[in-house]
Design a protein around this ligand. Structure first.
Ligand code: DON
Length: 309
């Protein structure tokens, strides 16, 4: 696999064509008003191998808001800034069948780091003297993880979500009342929404996937960028909790640890092989990209990427 570049490109092009037959299914997210303005026809796929080879298709230079893919970054940073025990005494590790924004899987703490309550918790664990310093640290980290200096902040997406995010505000105050954190709930919420409003292109995100696939080691120098323990935790949580309430069926059908976001993004990581990022904004009822799911399923089969066999 990936030895014959021409053949790999052909397989990917075929897979894209097949998955795009579903391009009119599902709806673009509208609960964040700014997300409703995207072009539903936009499509991007980037695949980066652990050797650093890039395969890029569609709107791969276009910048999209990363939304819940930021939950992967927040978990990496929480694990970087705290011990593993300190993180998991504040947030659980179990999947949930409830919606990502539901208050039900919180109880004493969030079910896992990849629902909103869990990512608000991991955001509270990111260190810094104030909100700006914390967010600057997130941006610097993403630049390092993606090997890119072009990471942007999408102010309009941020404002749009801040104006409409009553449910996440409730979650932040609820977590504070449960003593999950003692910081100002508005500040923790603000950092969470800023993280969701980061703008990146598909190749930058696929690079983060490839870094995880390479055990956290830089693709060119092999220097450690993310600790091996953190990589194992992040991939286990992506596999078990990364696709909302469809995480189990997705893992069964596709067999690739993945994380989705309501912008229409899915980041997949195939350990030892590659990172894949697909963007197509029409979503199914769970909030997962329709084309993204189909494409990862086809690619998993055609490029032999299922981690279980
Ligand atoms: O909190 C929200 O609703 C969005 N900023 C992110 C949601 C998303 O992509 C799904 N989350 N797991």
């Amino acid at each position: 696999m990936f030895t014959d570049k021409e053949k790999t490109i052909k397989i990917i092009e075929n897979s894209i064509e097949n998955s795009l037959t579903y391009a009119n299914e599902g709806e673009v997210a509208t609960y964040i008003p700014e997300l409703a303005n995207v072009n539903p026809k936009d499509f991007a796929l980037s695949l980066v191998t652990v050797n650093g080879d890039e395969y890029k298709f569609g709107d791969y230079n276009k910048v999209f808001s990363i939304q819940s893919i930021s939950k992967v970054i927040s978990l990496i940073m929480a694990l970087n800034d705290n011990s593993i025990d300190e993180v998991f005494e504040k947030v659980g590790t179990e999947p949930t069948k409830y919606k990502f924004s539901s208050l039900i899987p919180i109880d004493d703490m969030a079910a896992n780091p990849f629902i909103n309550a869990g990512a608000i918790t991991t955001s509270s664990l990111i260190k810094g003297k104030d909100l700006d310093e914390k967010f600057n640290r997130v941006i610097s980290k993403i630049k390092k993880l993606s090997n890119s200096n072009n990471i942007t902040f999408l102010e309009e997406v941020y404002k749009s979500e801040m104006e409409t995010t009553d449910i996440n505000r409730s979650i932040a105050y609820y977590l504070r009342s449960k003593k999950i954190f003692s910081l100002d709930a508005e500040e923790v919420l603000d950092l969470y929404i800023r993280n969701c409003s980061i703008g990146m292109n598909s190749t930058e995100l696929a690079h983060i996937g490839a870094l995880l696939a390479n055990g956290g080691k830089d693709l060119a120098t092999n220097a450690e960028i993310i600790s091996k323990d953190s990589v194992k935790i992040v991939l286990a949580q992506m596999a078990s909790c990364g696709m909302y309430e469809e995480s189990g069926s997705f893992l069964l059908e596709v067999g690739i640890p993945s994380k989705s976001g309501v912008s229409g993004a899915i980041l997949g990581v195939v350990p030892g092989k590659c990172g894949i990022y697909v963007y197509s904004p029409r979503l199914d009822k769970s909030g997962n990209s329709v084309v993204g799911k189909k494409l990862l399923k086809i690619l998993s089969n055609d490029l032999d990427l299922n981690i279980f066999l």
